[in-house]
Design a protein around this ligand. Structure first.
Ligand SMILES: NC(=O)c1ccc[n+]([C@@H]2O[C@H](COP(=O)([O-])OP(=O)(O)OC[C@H]3O[C@@H](n4cnc5c(N)ncnc54)[C@H](OP(=O)(O)O)[C@@H]3O)[C@@H](O)[C@H]2O)c1
Length: 226
């Protein structure tokens, strides 16, 4: 299978190095200022560029009928336009702010835990994360999604949310429940950015020959349209 890499930065290069493991050869590498037409004929594209570039790139890829996996964040306000472009072209898009398979499984486990813990009022809940000291936003988008997963699971009581920024930690997210008798802790610890690239490549394998617009979590758990 032929893969076009759109955005040849840290993520694009990591995708390139892992692509052979997923059965892909590199068809094109497209960075800022390179013509998108180079992607034509690829079985799939993986897009990790910049927030202000992604929507325009995606519309060009749709026009070329190249099925695309997009990991770039910060463009979701234009999702409706992008969705129409892929639907009109009979092409496929998979997008997610977090392509880590482990994080998406973590969110599902949180939903299940919330269902059970909501029935046990003696437990209080917290949500905590730590990242390297260069990360500006706090709490992280992933911790916000983790809290949303607890709410989606039906947990209605207070959740105490906190963040630390120190050293070089790539990202640790923890949800805890505590009672007089015991503590339950659910923790996801990222080791590197590799997990994001592997999730995107898994989605790229899935998207070959597909149609429509899908969130990664839906295809990962086989709940979306195929
Ligand atoms: N969903 C996830 O799981 C996940 C995981 C990690 C990162 N991300 C997101 O993915 C994006 C990329 O991350 P990164 O760490 O790879 O960033 P990065 O190292 O800064 O790479 C971005 C690359 O995109 C290029 N670029 C800029 N404008 C472009 C355009 N119009 N068309 C094509 N390429 C263009 C840049 O080129 P120049 O340097 O020449 O400008 C650069 O090579 C960010 O939005 C980040 O938040 C998402």
């Amino acid at each position: 299978m032929k893969l076009a890499i759109v955005g040849y930065g840290k993520m694009g290069r990591m995708v390139e190095s892992l692509a052979p493991e997923y059965g892909f050869t590199i068809h094109a590498r497209i960075d800022a200022n390179d013509p998108m037409e180079a992607a034509q004929g690829a079985d799939a594209a993986i897009e990790f560029s910049m927030p202000d570039a992604a929507a325009a790139n995606l519309k060009k890829l749709a026009a070329l009928k190249v099925n695309t996996v997009c990991g770039t964040t910060g463009w979701f306000g234009q999702l409706d336009d992008v969705r129409h472009a892929f639907e009109n072209a009979n092409a496929a898009l998979v997008y997610s702010p977090n392509f880590s398979v482990g994080v998406n499984i973590f969110f599902k486990l949180l939903e299940d835990a919330a269902k059970m813990l909501e029935q046990q009022p003696e437990y209080g809940a917290w949500a905590w994360e730590i990242h390297h000291d260069a990360k500006k936003d706090a709490p992280s988008g992933t911790l916000i999604k983790a809290v949303e997963a607890l709410r989606a699971g039906g947990y209605t009581r207070n959740i105490d949310v906190s963040s630390n920024r120190a050293g070089k930690v790539p990202g640790t997210h923890e949800i805890g429940f505590d009672s007089a008798a015991d503590t339950i802790t659910l923790r996801h610890t990222a080791r590197s950015r590799e997990g994001f690239a592997r999730g995107a490549l898994q989605a790229a394998k899935w998207i070959v020959g597909k149609r429509g617009v899908h969130e990664f979590a839906n295809i990962l758990f086989q709940q979306g349209d195929k």
